[in-house]
Design a protein around this ligand. Sequence first.
Ligand code: DLL
Length: 447
Amino acid sequence: MGAITESRHFSSAVGLHPTLETMSRDALAALQFDRLRDVLRNAWANVPWQRTRLDAAGLQPDALAGLDDLRRLPFMVKTDLRDHYPFGLFARPVDALARVHASSGTTGKPTVVGYTAGDLSRWADLMARSMAGAGVRRGDLVHNAYGYGLFTGGLGAHSGAERLGCPVVPVSGGGTERQVALLMDFGARVLCATPSYALAIAEVAEQMGVDLRRSGLRIGMFGAEPWSAAMRDEIEARLGLRAYDVYGLSEIMGPGVACECECRNGLHGWEDHFLFELVDPETGAPVPDGAAGELVITTLTKEALPMLRYRTRDITRLAHARCDCGRTHLRILRVTGRNDDMLIIRGVNVYPSQIEAVLVGRPGLAPHYQLVVERRGSLDHLRIEVEAQPGVEPAAFEVLAREAVHHIKSMIGVSAEITIVAPGSLPRSQGKAARVRDLRQGRTTSA
Ligand code: DLL
């Protein structure tokens, strides 16, 4: 327990699972090696496509000599799952599964993922650990506004909260006025939602004349989409809670792959269950600590759907230095966006979340925006629609727009056209916000 008493954040350590979360890096590496061999055995024995790949890489499970050997295996990508739709990469027959989830994507078939009862139990454990790390305690009432259904957010947060011993209000997304009423009447201490939906709840409450800062809410578990530090400040100010970033993806598990602790200095990726790598998205070569790259994840304990070196498309940075909370597991810094959501505007790479970071919190502007990308002649053109704050006179819109253009240019280096629109005119999200309207291919993507 030494690590706990040493911690400067003693109160945060209450939620620690010391043997799992503060084990030495050497012990963690030994555990990862044992588990990697097991997961290779499972994939090799039960998934013909994986066996072919492993054989080709000379990675028969018993040939594994060290964790680094895994780098001989080519990456997995989302289309591998689509190409084997629906269950072709599962290591268990359907009748041995406990549940399936799926993510819709923008085109074509959904990506389907499966879980054994053991997988569901480990998922609940990890989400419980994530919530405990953020300060959620047994008995706290959890208002869960993530969508229930094929999306992993609703049931993932639900099971984690229950595992921690928390009663859950399984309200799902939508019906925002009712959500506000339930938050006030039931007095939930914890809100689980996407950050964009948390903001929508705050806005509807304000329109109803309800001050959620006076509710029982203290902790927000927000994720499933990129969000900026500026958005965190905005949400905290309007809901009167402390907001934590939770990360995950259905292909790997769902929410709870990584989560901020009370130090909020990056999201602890649970390394006893996952191997994390960071690679250059162009070359696939490893990038050093502190540099940006694409997160690649290998599952170490998944029975139904072992994923080996899965390219998430998510761009982030890693930090291996020990955290003040005492946890030894690495930290994944805020995910700035998905590689596929990166816009290239006249040669400048830009993620929607960078635009958000500049716009949100600027005087006169509301935190509601949408990016419209068009082709004008042979050039890409970025138009940003952003709402004025309620009460701002339309006569002031032009000046606000001019200032915003200037800030975007000086902070990000991209020339954008900015249109200030009336409060309430952009669509509100009930889940993942659709931030980009890409008129070049006629598609809409969530950022
Ligand atoms: O979004 C799982 C989840 C639910 C995570 C609730 C957190 C909370 P998918 O629908 O498969 O699963 O989408 C996964 O969403 O690859 C990221 O691009 C993005 N994403 C998830 N969490 C974050 C986050 C769920 N905290 C995809 N920050 C991932 C930025 C996130 N992006």
